[in-house]
Design a protein. Structure first.
Length: 133
């Protein structure tokens, strides 16, 4: 079991990481995707909330809006909430399926206080759990 002091130290180390700071004009989903890739998901909306703290403090309904798309933690923002736009997907030649590229493109950008995704992302119309038996 991890002590509170260890958890606090890990939290502060994560916040000091360059990925924990949204860049100018970076959108919420691009920021969360990169933070989760680099620093992981702790089963909370830590990175989405960090984005709001730094870039869009007036986005008081962010958690509610994310919950509406099935995103109750940062990794679910990508699993249930948003997917890459079709024009950014690459075709796997072995399976002929479209999939995400190995590396995400730079964010297309949003206005400085927006908590919305950029043009690289589309809201998922169904949850990944809709196909479950």
């Amino acid at each position: 079991m991890t002590s509170i002091a260890d958890q606090a130290e890990r939290y502060l180390q994560d916040l000091a990481h360059p990925c924990a700071q949204p860049s100018a004009r970076q959108c919420l989903v691009c920021f969360v995707a990169r933070a989760v890739e680099e620093l992981g998901c702790d089963e909370t909306l830590r990175w989405a909330q960090r984005f709001r703290e730094v870039r869009s403090p007036t986005a008081t309904g962010l958690e509610h809006r994310l919950a509406e798309v099935g995103a109750f933690c940062d990794c679910e923002v990508l699993l249930n909430g948003y997917r890459l736009a079709r024009h950014l997907l690459v075709r796997d030649l072995a399976t002929d399926e479209l999939e995400a590229p190995d590396e995400l493109p730079d964010c297309a950008g949003v206005r400085s206080t927006s908590a919305r995704p950029c043009g690289h992302w589309r809201r998922r119309t169904t949850s990944v759990w809709d196909d479950a038996p």
